[in-house]
Write a protein that binds this ligand. Structure first.
Ligand SMILES: Cc1ncc(COP(=O)(O)O)c(C=O)c1O
Length: 229
């Protein structure tokens, strides 16, 4: 199995280009590798939309594209969908896990079904895109003001800013930031080889602009304190 996050990846926000998607599917098919595309941020774009979902390549089998309502409707819903070929859908739908429990997350599914039938999802996602866009810009501006050593490639979608700290260790920054009541995810947590130490992942999804600015101001203070130790 090959697991990828092709659109607005967690943690980097990177997106796999259109020209690399079909070859990726082909190479997996040629080697009998199941391709699992975790696309929970796919619809959350505010610059150019990402290339089509890898689910678009699923008709011939071997591809599972996953989406989640947790990211586009309400955090913690823990309800999503799988876009794949009809034979695999039939296999999944008749699995013992689903049969014996009467489905996954039946209450959440009922609520989400009503939201979809009432046409509430689409306008909500439109609002969410512009809200996330504004928050990501607010975070970027705060970084420029308070953390000029942080290099950020402005994300065009998703939840995350991936910041390069040029010479500073992400875990050390986190320890001092925690003293100031701010948290972040150091890059090392996303590395299988203890790497990415000069990176941190910041999320702009949850907080309004003023709190994002305050959080980054404290990060700037944490960097100053770190310099003094
Ligand atoms: C890439 C990716 N996949 C899946 C999830 C989890 O989604 P859910 O809340 O639906 O379990 C996350 C949440 O952080 C994520 O970043």
């Amino acid at each position: 199995m090959l697991y990828v996050i092709p659109s607005f990846q967690n943690p980097t926000g990177a997106t796999l280009g259109a020209e690399r998607r079909a070859p990726l599917v082909e190479v997996c098919r040629a080697h009998g590798v199941l391709l699992v595309a975790d696309e929970v941020y796919h619809g959350l774009h505010w610059s150019a939309p990402p290339p089509p979902s890898l689910g678009a390549f699923s008709a011939k089998g071997g591809v599972l594209a996953l989406g989640s309502f947790s990211k586009i409707l309400a955090p913690g819903l823990r309800l999503g969908w799988i876009h794949t070929d009809p034979a695999t859908v039939a296999r999944l739908a008749s699995s013992g896990l689903l049969d014996s429990g009467g489905g996954l997350n039946p209450f959440g599914s009922g609520v989400v079904r009503s939201a979809l039938e009432l046409g509430l999802l689409e306008p909500h996602v439109v609002r969410l895109r512009s809200e996330l866009s504004r928050r990501s810009v607010a975070l970027g501006a705060a970084l420029q003001s308070y953390l000029p050593r942080g290099r950020l490639e402005a994300p065009g979608g998703g939840y995350f800013a991936w910041v390069h700290l040029s010479g500073l260790d992400g875990e050390s920054l986190r320890a001092v930031a925690n003293e100031l009541d701010v948290d972040l995810r150091p890059g090392r947590l996303f590395s299988t080889q203890e790497g990415l130490r000069e990176y941190v992942r910041l999320s702009f999804a949850f907080y309004p602009d003023d709190l994002l600015e305050e959080g980054v101001r404290r990060l700037g203070e944490a960097v100053s304190r770190l310099g003094g130790r």
